[in-house]
Design a protein around this ligand. Structure first.
Ligand code: GRF
Length: 201
């Protein structure tokens, strides 16, 4: 399966997908990496792996609709089977969401702690267990149907970055495993339920 991965930062989730796809039995490969900004490690990771990259920066467009259309057109040019939003910090609009399935990953157990500060919010709330969620993106913020989740314990004295790193260790594995199963075994979604495998189709 052809994956287009969207990043906005360090791209360690992207790196995990690049590493996994080096094994032909994984069944998917990253055909392009897109970002909403220049100068991020995620783009460097793609270049080091010889994967084409593109940047569509909102500030280069007169309005959001034009940006939505531009990023959807760029993604379409790479003919993805799945778009993976891994630490991509923009809400994707209808031109993208209506054209491709988008898998998103979030460092909290949704529906708890959605949005850009899920780790910080979980820590501030004082939860003892948080985790990560792999879901299908919809038009909302972290509101799409859940595909996979895994719990991560909060340790006494954790600060945001320590907790986020512990979550990301699990998140990278969950994302790689889930995406691999989706492309190898097929998947369907009906309502809020995503089903993978069992000879679907
Ligand atoms: C991940 O935890 C992702 O869920 C969150 O930001 C982090 C991005 O990490 N939105 P990376 O860029 O993949 O290293």
């Amino acid at each position: 399966g052809r994956l287009v991965v969207l990043v906005s930062g360090s791209g360690t989730n992207l790196q995990a997908l690049l590493d996994a796809s080096a094994d032909p039995s994984y069944g998917a490969r990253v055909v392009a990496v897109g970002a909403d900004r220049d100068g991020i490690e995620g783009l460097a990771r793609a270049s080091r792996a010889g994967v084409p990259t593109f940047v569509r920066n909102l500030r280069d467009y007169p309005n959001r609709e034009d940006w939505d259309a531009a990023i959807a057109a760029e993604i379409a040019a790479h003919k993805p089977d799945l778009v993976i939003s891994a630490g991509f910090m923009k809400i994707l609009g209808a031109p993208t969401l209506d054209s491709f399935p988008v898998v998103n990953t979030h460092p909290a157990l949704l529906p708890s702690f959605p949005g850009a500060h899920g780790v910080r919010d979980a820590l501030a709330y004082g939860v003892q267990v948080t985790g990560c969620t792999v879901m299908l993106a919809d038009a909302g913020v972290d509101t799409g149907p859940i595909i996979a989740q895994e719990a991560v314990r909060v340790l006494p004295g954790d600060d945001e970055s320590e907790l986020h790193e512990r979550i990301k260790t699990v998140e990278r594995r969950l994302l790689v495993d889930t995406v691999g199963r989706m492309v190898r075994e097929g998947w369907t979604v009906s309502g809020r339920v995503v089903r993978i495998g069992n000879n679907i189709g």
